[in-house]
Design a binder for this molecule. Structure first.
Ligand SMILES: Cc1ncc(COP(=O)(O)O)c(C=O)c1O
Length: 401
């Protein structure tokens, strides 16, 4: 069988438009394709591969668990799930954990829990969910409707109701929307897909205060920001604003699919037996790899390393930009970095990504105007330098048409 990019168009549903390159193996922050061409990975599987490719701690955890037990379903619990849950609880505000398989599923659980709590404690009137324009929370129908991009939620018939949006960082608009009928507010503590936008201090604290005032649950979607990405274990810890519910996925499994919803005992009690579930949630393989990823990331050295690598990354990217003037702003936190294209390149962020592939460096976009970098949290300095040298060539290629 010839396995190539053409086969994708023949046999796959056309909802993705993957690159022409098919990577076949990876090690650390380097990846090789079918033709054995090497790439430096600044994309990290969209902020997933927090320890790069095939990190020995994760490979060992997978192999070890793979020879013990793979799956039970939730009619029984398992040791890796219990251990990972205990570590998440010990390291955060949370007291209870629910495991899912993806970010969208963790968010779906959070939203259902919020609705359930409001119904049971306050009555049917309290069902409004507030979220933010350009926010992204996943692709289930509930989460995509809560997400703030109508382009993703339109065209599928009637949407889940009582969901409203306002602009991120617009506290006055938010204050006008929220009321005692609001049951939950879902926000990213740094908008990722929406363009790498940090909340102002005033906004984050203001949202928290207004949620408390109106008995609305504050749900932080940390699917992209969680597990070390911003240089904190979770971004809320750097913001100094504690949510009522937090969702985590992506880096939580370091490349193995897993999601988690974290909350307090008081809130969690509303998801009583039978109210929600998942066949695979808390799967032993996923949780064993998740535990190894968590143990490796949640150390002062790795977290401080993220901030040091961020500084180098910004310095090198700024130097490229000083030369070519293609970006109007470099923003983000930790190793979640966005380069906003200058006016002249508006709508063309993807050209930098495609040129990067040609030069042997993988990056991402966040919307049409932002080039996004989410490399491994333990990427060696030499790979940052080499990757940025390749990215400079990509920028030159775009500039020179
Ligand atoms: C903030 C945020 N929430 C949720 C999701 C959805 O996660 P998943 O694709 O694992 O369902 C994403 C994915 O990009 C995300 O960035």
């Amino acid at each position: 069988m010839t396995v190539n990019r053409e086969l994708f168009d023949q046999v796959m549903v056309p909802n993705y438009a993957p690159s022409s390159v098919i990577p076949v193996r990876g090690e650390g922050s380097r990846v090789w394709d079918q033709q054995d061409r090497e790439y430096i990975d600044f994309a990290g599987g969209i902020a997933v591969n927090c320890l790069g490719h095939c990190h020995p701690a994760l490979v060992n955890a997978l192999k070890e668990q793979g020879e013990k037990i793979w799956h039970l379903s939730n009619v029984m619990t398992n040791e890796p799930a219990l251990r990972l849950a205990k570590k998440l609880v010990d390291a955060t505000f949370a007291e209870k954990v629910y495991f899912a398989n993806s970010g969208a599923e963790a968010n779906e659980a959070a939203l259902k829990l919020a609705r359930r709590l409001a119904l049971e404690e306050f009555g049917a009137e309290k069902s409004q969910i507030i979220a933010f324009n350009k926010g992204f929370h996943g692709r289930t129908f509930f989460t995509v409707t809560v997400g703030g991009q109508a382009a993703y939620s339109d065209g599928f018939g009637p949407k889940p109701g009582d969901i409203v949006h306002c602009d991120y960082n617009d506290l006055a608009a938010f204050e006008k929307l929220i009321s005692d009928k609001t049951c939950a507010v879902m926000m990213e503590p740094l908008q990722g897909e929406g363009g790498i936008v940090s909340p102002t201090d005033e906004f984050a604290k203001g949202v928290r205060e207004l949620c408390t005032k109106h008995n609305a649950l504050l749900i932080f979607d940390e699917v992209q920001t969680g597990v070390g990405r911003t240089g904190e274990l979770y971004a809320y810890q750097g913001l100094g604003v504690t949510p009522d519910i937090l969702t985590s996925a992506k880096a939580l499994g370091g490349g193995f699919p897993i999601g988690a919803m974290l909350t307090t005992t008081e809130i969690a009690k509303h998801l009583k037996v039978g109210t929600h579930g998942s066949t695979y949630g808390g799967n032993p393989l996923a949780c064993a790899v998740g535990e190894a990823a968590f143990d490796t990331v949640n150390t002062p050295e790795v977290l401080a390393g993220v901030k040091a690598k961020e500084a180098l990354f910004r310095e090198l990217l700024t130097a490229v930009n000083d030369k070519y003037k293609v970006f109007s702003e470099i923003r983000g936190q930790g190793l979640l970095i966005g380069a906003v294209v200058a006016e002249q390149y508006k709508g063309r962020a993807k050209e930098f990504l495609v040129a990067g592939i040609n030069e042997g460096v993988m990056s991402l976009v966040a919307g049409a105007d932002v080039v996004r970098f989410t490399p491994s949290l333990v990427i060696p300095e030499a790979d940052i330098r080499e990757g940025m040298a390749r990215f400079e060539k990509a920028v030159a290629a775009v500039v020179n048409g």
